[in-house]
Design a protein around this ligand. Structure first.
Ligand SMILES: [Zn+2]
Length: 194
């Protein structure tokens, strides 16, 4: 089964991130920066910082909407990698920060996804979801205890949860993401006129 690529995608999350990458001097090239592979377990994607490649797990991606979300999640890591000196391999807090941002901004914790996971109705619900998913993401790539992963997420949570770049807001659904994209384009226009 094949899912349509991202490029020329109408998905506003993906569009905004590709624009933001370009704007930061890290234009994404679909042949060089994406690789489709079979992955172990139920992992759906990953970002390989050593090659700046996004891995899409063709055996675990279920449909186009899922594909868009995975690409969005991994593009947030690529964006962090581009704009900051992220020390992915030795600094657990850096990894934790990017996982918090990816869970928060990619739609991984948007209501409809959560309803499917039967977690509906909690107050602090979005934040709880972001914490849990960031912890799980760390555990998928680091051989450490759940407690250590959780502590790293707690340490960075406040500042990383409130860092909405490049969305400028938490894009809870496609409408928000479309607004975010429009604002990003206007911001771009404004700066280029200075
Ligand atoms: Zn991640």
């Amino acid at each position: 089964m094949t899912w349509r690529v991202v490029f020329g995608s109408v998905d506003p999350y993906v569009k905004l991130l590709l624009d933001a990458m370009k704007h930061s001097g890290c234009a994404v090239n679909k042949d060089r920066h994406f690789s489709c592979e079979d992955c172990n377990g139920n992992v759906s994607g990953g970002f390989d910082a050593s090659t700046s490649q996004i891995v899409l797990c063709q055996n675990n991606i279920r449909n186009q909407a899922h594909m868009n979300r995975v690409v969005t999640h991994e593009l947030i890591h690529a964006f962090d990698h581009c704009r900051a000196h992220v020390d992915w391999f030795t600094n657990l807090r850096h990894l934790a920060c990017s996982e918090v941002r990816a869970a928060n901004l990619s739609g991984d914790c948007s209501l409809v996804n959560e309803i499917f996971r039967f977690h509906f109705g909690l107050k602090q619900h979005h934040q709880t979801c972001v914490r849990d998913r960031a912890t799980l993401s760390i555990l998928a790539v680091r051989n450490i205890s759940k407690e250590v992963a959780k502590n790293a997420v707690d340490e960075v949570f406040e500042s990383c949860f409130n860092d909405y770049e490049p969305f400028g807001r938490i894009p809870h659904n496609k409408t928000y993401a479309r607004y975010a994209h429009r604002d990003f384009q206007n911001r771009d226009r404004y700066y280029s006129n200075i």
